[in-house]
Design a protein around this ligand. Structure first.
Ligand SMILES: Cc1cc2nc3c(=O)[nH]c(=O)nc-3n(C[C@H](O)[C@H](O)[C@H](O)COP(=O)(O)OP(=O)(O)OC[C@H]3O[C@@H](n4cnc5c(N)ncnc54)[C@H](O)[C@@H]3O)c2cc1C
Length: 384
């Protein structure tokens, strides 16, 4: 499938595609089976510039725009969705560091994170608080020379792999969303334990763990932004995260379409290839049309990010639509493969599992519909 990269930017996309075909594709099924991130490729990914792609050259990043980044995430997700998830969660932390980090925090972490010398995680969720992020219970309490962190987090993408953790804590138990603050905590800090990798349904080449804080002492300058203003900080990271999820979903969808389109030419039924059957052609057409539409929407969202304007509503719209598209496309790709699609040794089975995260992660679809629906009522509904 053609990608809509701008002239001059195709070199990086080609480079990523070659990397993915050479190193990631041969092990993608094994990574899924083993529930394992390919740590052996971290150094190469860093050399290729994966980790700072979308950030200013002056800060140590690659200087690529968000449309190029979207196409890069797609290329990675086409081969291994979990690795794409690992990357864009790392970028959520970078977005927050750039916007809300102090000069000392930037000095300490920015270059290493952009160059992939260090990996970041970004965790708000707890076992009892996901969509309702303001209901988190882990606490940060001021002490003489900093903060004491206590409590547990769940669903930490990059848990164990990451060196630096951006984590939300309650700093005022009675103030709801206005009592949350974000902290940066380094792996190895006494009192900070990282759980084992959870067995997941899909995106299994990313790591997901719990985090436990037990009187974990961090310095005063571990606070990101102002005390009790962390909800705004945490939500800002999710905006970029939704764009990353949408790109990842489209990569999975494109991989599923490619697999189905190739299969229909070689599979025979009733003396003809499947490609000659109208019902199969109609499935391919539906898949293709919806992917094309979703891609335009995500590219438009990426351009809004680059414009510097508020693009939060656009990312919710894009992720919602991509979630629907990738679910339908993966269902149809599996259907085209028939019983063979249900078998683990054929990729559509993995794509269908990976796609399921799109309706859940970085804002469940029901919650995003609430956000988009109320915005529509407020803006379009108030006209005339
Ligand atoms: C693989 C994976 C990786 C993840 N990585 C991270 C990470 O790195 N960092 C992090 O912070 N979190 C992470 N998460 C957590 C993820 O963001 C949450 O799972 C998600 O926000 C949903 O929260 P929940 O699971 O608690 O579901 P709940 O909030 O309990 O929701 C359950 C159901 O109720 C619906 N619902 C909830 N509230 C409403 C409402 N107001 N209106 C209508 N319906 C509603 C939801 O849509 C959903 O269908 C990850 C999750 C997974 C599965």
């Amino acid at each position: 499938m053609e990608v809509s990269d701008k002239q001059g930017d195709s070199a990086i996309i080609d480079k990523v595609r070659i990397f993915c075909q050479k190193y990631l594709k041969p092990i993608a099924s094994d990574l899924d089976r083993q529930n394992r991130f390919p740590v052996e490729l971290l150094g190469l990914m860093a050399e290729e510039g994966f980790f700072g792609l979308n950030y200013p050259v002056a800060d140590g990043g690659g200087g690529y725009d968000s449309v190029v980044t979207h196409n890069v995430v797609k290329e990675v997700a086409k081969v291994s969705a979990g690795v794409a998830l690992t990357l864009h969660v790392h970028w959520m932390a970078l977005d927050v560091l750039l916007k809300y980090g102090s000069e000392v925090q930037k000095e300490t972490y920015l270059a290493d994170l952009m160059q992939g010398k260090k990996i970041a995680a970004y965790t708000i969720s707890e076992a009892q608080a996901g969509s309702d992020a303001a209901a988190i219970r882990a606490t940060a309490t001021p002490c003489d020379n900093g903060w004491l962190l206590n409590g547990a987090k769940y669903f930490c993408t990059n848990g164990g792999l990451a060196d630096v953790y951006f984590v939300a804590f309650k700093t005022d138990q009675d103030a709801g969303a206005k009592g949350i603050s974000m902290f940066v905590v380094e792996k190895g800090t006494p009192g900070f334990q990282i759980g084992g990798s959870e067995e997941k349904m899909g995106c299994r080449s990313s790591l997901t763990t719990g985090l436990v804080f037990n009187d974990c002492h961090v310095a005063a300058d571990s606070l990101i932004g102002n005390v009790n203003e962390g909800f705004k900080v945490a939500m800002y990271g999710l905006v970029g995260g939704r764009l990353g999820m949408a790109s990842m979903g489209l990569g999975i969808a494109e991989a599923a379409l490619e697999a189905a389109a190739q299969y229909v030419n070689r599979r025979m039924a009733f003396g003809k290839p499947l490609s000659a059957l109208y019902a199969v052609q109609a499935m391919l057409a539906d898949m293709y049309v919806k992917i094309q539409a979703a891609d335009l929407l995500v590219v438009d969202t990426a351009q809004k990010r680059d414009s510097g304007r508020d693009y939060s509503l656009a990312t919710s719209v894009a992720k919602l639509f991509v979630a629907e598209v990738v679910t339908e496309v993966c269902h149809k790709a599996l259907q085209v493969f028939g019983g063979h699609g249900y078998m683990k040794h054929n990729d559509p089975e993995r794509y269908a599992r990976d796609a399921r995260l799109l309706d859940i992660g970085v804002g469940a679809s029901e919650v995003l519909k609430m956000v988009v629906g109320s915005a529509v009522a407020k803006t379009i509904g108030s006209r005339g």
